[in-house]
Design a protein. Structure first.
Length: 435
């Protein structure tokens, strides 16, 4: 007898933002009662941002504001829970209280040496909270659901804030934890975004990493299909918050999805696609506002043709590097520069070199660029241009490219047969017409 097919669903913060939203999600899940379903949840609404503020305050030495902010979050959480259940189930209140107390305890000690470590111990709270609430609510709504701690499943190295998944261990752990719960006739509900090291310290997988968590579970469990439930009808030709006249793409290849998400199409976390592609598991991006809509299916290439698609990545910096002694950059320096790029974890989106200078366009995250510049200072002169946008157009036409450039200063351009990329000075967020 073949095991029954299994599906993986991921619900993001927007779909769980308040009590009515969680009720709506339970309504969607009712349609799947009795199926083998693994559900991955993000933190509710903007919880992760709030916890980032807490982490910054605590590590910056402002413990009181950190406590204050955390207690506001605790109160807001209990209000949502009250609205959701009427009377809060005592086990849930106790479970949530334990989670908040575990973070308050961190505040009793001074910050550790590593901001990234402290960040993960604090910010992971968001998914732990939301998963407890949603699991309790599904059980309350008559959908038997087992709560699973993703930290017992996803093993990472100790790169805090960007944990690297240790695949063979993770595969073993998921395969021993999940199937028995499904066999017991329950949905399995767990957290996105978090994992743990071999020493059981909590790690996170990078902002918006819940999609990736869902892909990890899908891969390890050989899912039939993975769905990401979002507040848009599917993958669109551009971000509707920035552009008018966007349209939905019904089908897309893995490769196309990787290209677009890597360059800032924020619809899916870029690491999500690869594990699915390796096992030919289709990914469906669908709308929780229109649960019967077909969304976008991302699967193997079927010779599809695409309209022009635009991704805009903000907070980019152009780092121009030249040698102090006027030697050519390419001669022996490239390897050295790449080594420093790796150690400072600069995320490079574009590179170009001329005889005496080397240009990299990178995500401007915390103090990485400054640390890089310091490391290379002795041999290289660097200049940094910040607050830029990287615009990537796949399947571009010259018309679309021209319309993107209009009214902006372009600092760099790269063209490949299907793709054009330009680095421009950021302009205020205004709707641009006709994509
Ligand atoms: N809650 C995390 C974040 O906001 C992970 C996620 O939502 O995917 O980044
Ligand atoms: Mg999210």
């Amino acid at each position: 007898m073949f095991p029954q097919p299994l599906d993986v669903f991921k619900f993001g913060g927007a779909s769980l933002k308040d009590a009515p939203a969680i009720r709506h999600v339970a309504g969607i899940l009712k349609n799947f009662a009795g199926e083998r379903l693994v559900i991955i949840v993000s933190a509710m609404g903007k919880t992760t941002n709030a916890l980032e503020t807490v982490a910054r305050a605590y590590t910056g030495g402002d413990v009181e504001p950190a406590r204050q902010k955390l207690s506001e979050l605790h109160n807001a959480t209990m209000t949502t829970v009250g609205e959701l259940f009427g009377t809060t189930p005592p086990e849930l209140a106790a479970g949530l209280n334990d989670l908040f107390v575990s973070v308050e305890w961190i505040f009793d000690d001074p910050p550790s040496e590593s901001y990234d470590y402290d960040y993960d111990q604090i910010v992971s709270l968001g998914e732990l909270i939301s998963s407890q609430i949603v699991a309790a609510y599904l059980n309350h709504a008559g959908l038997p659901t087992a709560w699973l701690d993703a930290r017992d499943c996803i093993l990472t190295d100790n790169t805090y804030r960007e944990g690297w998944v240790q695949w063979p261990e993770t595969q073993d752990r998921i395969n021993s934890a999940v199937p028995p719960l499904l066999d017991a006739g329950k949905f399995v509900l767990t957290q996105g975004f978090i994992g743990s090291t071999t020493e059981n310290f909590t790690t996170t997988l990078g902002r918006e990493g819940s999609d990736y968590s869902a892909a990890i579970f899908s891969y390890c469990l050989d899912a039939r299909e993975m769905s990401i439930w979002k507040d848009v009808p599917g993958v669109l030709t551009a971000d509707p918050r920035l552009f008018d006249n966007v349209s939905k793409i019904d089908r897309m290849s893995y490769k196309e999805a990787i290209e677009m998400t890597y360059y800032g199409a924020s619809i899916i976390h870029p690491k999500t696609i690869k594990p699915l592609q390796n096992k030919s598991i289709p990914l469906r991006v669908r709308s929780f506002e229109d649960p019967t809509g077909t969304g976008t299916e991302i699967s193997a290439d079927a010779g599809d043709t695409y309209p022009p698609m635009v991704a805009v990545e903000r907070d980019q910096a152009l780092v121009n590097i030249s040698t102090r002694d006027f030697s050519f950059v390419a001669e022996h320096h490239i390897r050295e520069l790449f080594e420093h790029i790796t150690t400072t974890r600069l995320q490079v989106n574009m590179m170009q070199n001329t005889a005496i200078s080397f240009n990299v366009v990178v995500n401007d995250i915390d103090d990485r660029i400054d640390r890089f510049c310091q490391l290379v200072e002795e041999k290289f002169k660097t200049t940094v241009d910040r607050d830029l946008e990287l615009i990537t157009i796949r399947h571009y036409t010259n018309d679309v490219a021209d319309s993107m450039r209009r009214g902006k200063v372009q600092l760099l351009e790269g063209r490949m047969p299907l793709t054009i990329q330009m680095v421009v000075k950021e302009v205020p967020v205004i709707k641009r017409k006709d994509v």
